[in-house]
Design a protein around this ligand. Structure first.
Ligand code: ARG
Length: 373
């Protein structure tokens, strides 16, 4: 691990002080930080810098449509936690605190950063809650095909496997430096899940589908002012399409369009019946209906598109660039029915931010690369 880049630290501190006048003049803090970097090769964020830096990282996440509430991110400052055991325990606490009474609160837990010669902890899982994918001998998969490699890897590391349902929660893997990963299961009470049903089709419930309520990304590095927080899991709430139009629908995920189309009695022998499109819509109706019925926070893509454009407007009024990636912002169904479709966006890379590190991806997979990681 190299020394912290003084220019990156300086740029962040200037921004932090400009946006937070109550933090006082930046001059004094710059001198302090420069001296600390010279002495130790790194520096320590104040709790205020860490919290605001994490919020800025969300604000700068070009792929996220849900940034209107960036300012309300809850930051759990757990920089003193350095061991795999401590990280695993606090990841579970994160899940519990993120969804009290089924109301989801955007939350990030920040563990110890990397320091020169002292790497911080890493979480190997892509998200804190993900479903295993069991590869069967006939080439089929039970569960989420996206996690077949990860599931194989945790098996090799000693995981006995779950009950064998399509929705078995994977264990967490946490390591520090070159040390072996610690494996720990996520207790059931920390995994809020919603069984899926449809408001007008009783057969839908018989499909036995469910999804977890809290999407908590755990393999991205939070970078603030030259400091790398390699373990900083964060969550928001779901937008229905993430589950209904991707996780359950993608051909290389749960691939449910044909199943749903058959139950709907659609003609799947011709593309022109638009059986895929109609199945997608009903899947998404079921997801939104089920979360609503369960009282679990979720948003829909029409509302979220409108919110995103208000966010953009607010950012522009504040004199800031709001970077956005069209291909991620536009929802995976009914794109042109949402306002975010009909325009282009700034594509600047800004800091602070969340980054994918190739080493984390390889670790999470156990080998090579898979598109989309
Ligand atoms: N698309 C991912 C999933 O389906 C989650 C990404 C983050 N989503 C969010 N709403 N914060 O699990």
């Amino acid at each position: 691990m190299q020394d912290v880049d003084v220019a990156a630290a300086t740029a962040f501190l200037r921004l932090f002080h400009a946006e937070n006048p109550s933090a006082g003049p930046v001059r004094h803090r710059l001198r302090e930080v420069q001296a600390e970097i010279q002495r130790t090769g790194t520096y320590t964020h104040t709790p205020g810098e860490l919290a605001y830096g994490a919020r800025m990282a969300w604000r700068n996440s070009s792929r996220c449509i849900g940034r209107l509430y960036w300012h309300s991110l809850r930051v759990r400052d757990l920089r003193h936690v350095t061991t795999p055991e401590g990280v695993a325990v606090e990841c579970v606490n994160h899940l519990r605190e993120a969804a009290p009474g089924r109301r989801i609160r955007p939350t990030i837990t920040v563990f110890a950063p990397d320091r020169p010669g002292v790497p911080g902890p890493r979480i190997w899982n892509e998200q804190l809650i993900r479903y295993a994918g069991y590869a069967m001998d006939d080439g089929s998969v039970i569960g989420d095909p996206r996690y077949v490699d990860f599931t194989t890897m945790v098996h090799k590391l000693g995981w006995p496997g779950g009950p064998g349902t399509p929705f078995d929660v994977l264990p967490l893997l946490v390591s520090v430096g070159d040390g072996p990963p610690l494996m720990s299961t996520v207790p059931g009470d920390a995994v809020l899940e919603v069984p899926l049903s449809h408001p007008s089709y009783p057969w839908f419930e018989q499909l036995g589908l469910r999804w977890h309520a809290v999407p908590a990304i755990s393999n991205m590095c939070l970078e603030i002012g030259g400091i790398h927080y390699g373990a900083a899991p964060f969550n928001g709430w779901y937008m229905g399409t993430e589950i209904g139009a991707r996780n359950l629908a993608d051909v290389d995920r749960y691939n449910l369009m044909p199943v749903v189309a058959r139950h709907l009695g659609l003609d799947t022998t011709t593309e022109r019946s638009l059986w895929r499109d109609r199945a997608l819509v009903e899947l998404n109706v079921a997801v939104l209906h089920s979360f609503e019925r369960a009282g679990v926070t979720m948003t829909d893509h029409h509302t979220e598109s409108r919110r995103f454009l208000s966010h953009l407007e607010r950012e522009e009024k504040a004199g800031r660039v709001c970077p956005a990636d069209w291909s991620w912002i536009v929802p995976p169904i009914s794109g042109s029915a949402t306002a975010v479709f009909h325009r282009y966006y700034d594509t600047a890379e800004m800091s602070p931010n969340f980054a994918h590190h190739p080493d984390a991806m390889e670790r999470g997979l156990g080998h090579g690369t898979v598109p989309g990681w």
